[in-house]
Design a binder for this molecule. Structure first.
Ligand code: ADP
Ligand code: MG
Length: 139
C-alpha cells in the first residue's frame, strides 16, 4: 500500500549540514521526498507539534531544541511509508539504533536525534496538514 508519512530533519542535523546525507538514506530506502521545505519553527508551532509529550519531563528541552536552528519538514511517500521510515530512522536513543539507520549514523543523543517520523498513518495525516497544503505535495 502506497502511503505518506511526515518527516522532520531536526536542528542537530541541519546545523551540521547533514540534510543531503539524511535524504540519501531516505531515498536509498525507497522512500520518495514528495514535499520539502526548510523553516524556522516558532515556539508555538513546536509546542503544538509535540503537544502529545507536554507532560513528559523532557518537553521544555525538546521544544527549546526544535527551535534552536532551522529544520527541514518533509512528506515521504512509498510502500508502507510510515513503518518503513520508522525502520530507517532507528530507535529513539541512538545508542540502541540498528546499524545503517539515520539515528545510528548521525544522532548525537536521545534528545538530539536528527529526525522525526510519524508513528501512525493517522498521526501522519495530522502532522502533514500542520506544514503543507495539498498542492505543495507532488507525488
Ligand atoms: P520518536 O521520535 O522516536 O517517536 P518519542 O515520540 O518517544 O520518540 O519522543 C519524541 C522526541 O522527544 C524524541 O525524538 C526526542 O527528540 C525527544 N525525547 C524522547 N525521549 C527523550 C528523553 N528521554 N530525553 C530527552 N529527549 C527525549
Ligand atoms: Mg514519536
Amino acid at each position: 500500500m502506497t502511503e505518506r508519512t511526515f518527516s522532520i530533519i531536526k536542528p542537530d542535523a541541519t546545523k551540521r549540514n547533514l540534510t543531503g546525507k539524511v535524504n540519501a538514506v531516505i531515498e536509498d530506502a525507497g522512500l520518495r521526498i514528495v514535499a520539502q521545505r526548510r523553516i524556522q519553527l516558532s515556539r508555538a508551532q513546536a509546542e503544538k507539534f509535540y503537544e502529545i509529550h507536554k507532560e513528559r519531563p523532557f518537553f521544555g528541552e525538546l521544544v527549546d531544541f526544535m527551535i534552536s536552528a532551522p529544520v527541514v519538514v518533509q512528506v515521504l511517500e512509498g510502500e508502507n511509508a510510515v513503518a518503513r521510515y520508522r525502520d530507517v530512522m532507528g530507535a529513539t536513543n541512538p545508542a540502541q539504533a540498528a546499524d545503517g539507520t539515520i539515528r545510528k549514523l548521525f544522532a548525537e543523543s536521545v534528545g538530539e536525534n536528527s529526525v522525526h517520523g510519524s508513528d501512525s498513518a493517522e498521526n501522519a495525516a495530522i502532522e502533514i496538514v500542520q506544514f503543507f497544503t495539498d498542492d505543495q505535495i507532488v507525488g
